[in-house]
Design a protein around this ligand. Structure first.
Ligand code: 5GP
Ligand code: ZN
Length: 151
């Protein structure tokens, strides 16, 4: 099993660092984030150490995919939240601090505006710096990506 002795999440999997555990199976561990954006902010991780999502094998990815909806259901049932974000950062420029793959499940406090950045209210959302698509470039890009799938 790939592990990294310096990785905080590998230490949580090994029980060397405590956590508020929510769920566990063969491939996956879920626990509360130690610095929550809102009540119920949870992390879902593979038990094995992979730095970013593109490195995760299909069976582990499938287990994460199965755990996320079940955990979302449980967090909504156990809190006042009815809305939430799933956030997954890969690479330091993309906001990743812990280099062991993890999915954030971040409940949104009921009644808050999507841009509300008050601590405890969840993840502030749009405006994003979106642009208009260039369809000619998009068609060529989609062809390159399709050709790279499975490579
Ligand atoms: P990232 O910025 O890499 O997407 O998110 C890392 C997350 O891991 C942060 O939200 C941070 O609060 C959380 N975290 C870091 N160290 C620990 C820890 O020791 N225990 C728990 N439960 N969460 C942690
Ligand atoms: Zn790790």
């Amino acid at each position: 099993m790939p592990t990294d002795p310096d990785c905080v999440f590998c230490k949580i999997v090994a029980g060397e660092i405590p956590c508020h555990k929510l769920f566990e199976d063969e491939h996956v561990l879920a626990f509360l984030d130690v610095n929550p954006l809102s009540e119920g902010h949870a992390l879902v991780i593979p038990k094995q150490h992979y730095a970013t999502l593109d490195a995760v094998p299909a069976d582990t990815a499938a287990a994460i995919g199965a755990a996320l909806p079940a955990l979302a259901h449980a967090v909504l049932n156990a809190t006042d939240a009815t809305d939430y974000n799933i956030l997954q950062n890969n690479g330091a420029p993309a906001g990743q601090d812990v280099f062991h793959v993890h999915f954030h499940l971040i409940p949104r406090q009921p009644g808050t505006d999507r841009q509300d950045a008050t601590p405890g209210h969840g993840l502030p959302a749009r405006p994003w710096p979106a642009q208009k698509v260039d369809h000619e470039k998009a068609a060529a890009l989609a062809e390159r990506i399709r050709g790279a799938i499975g490579s």
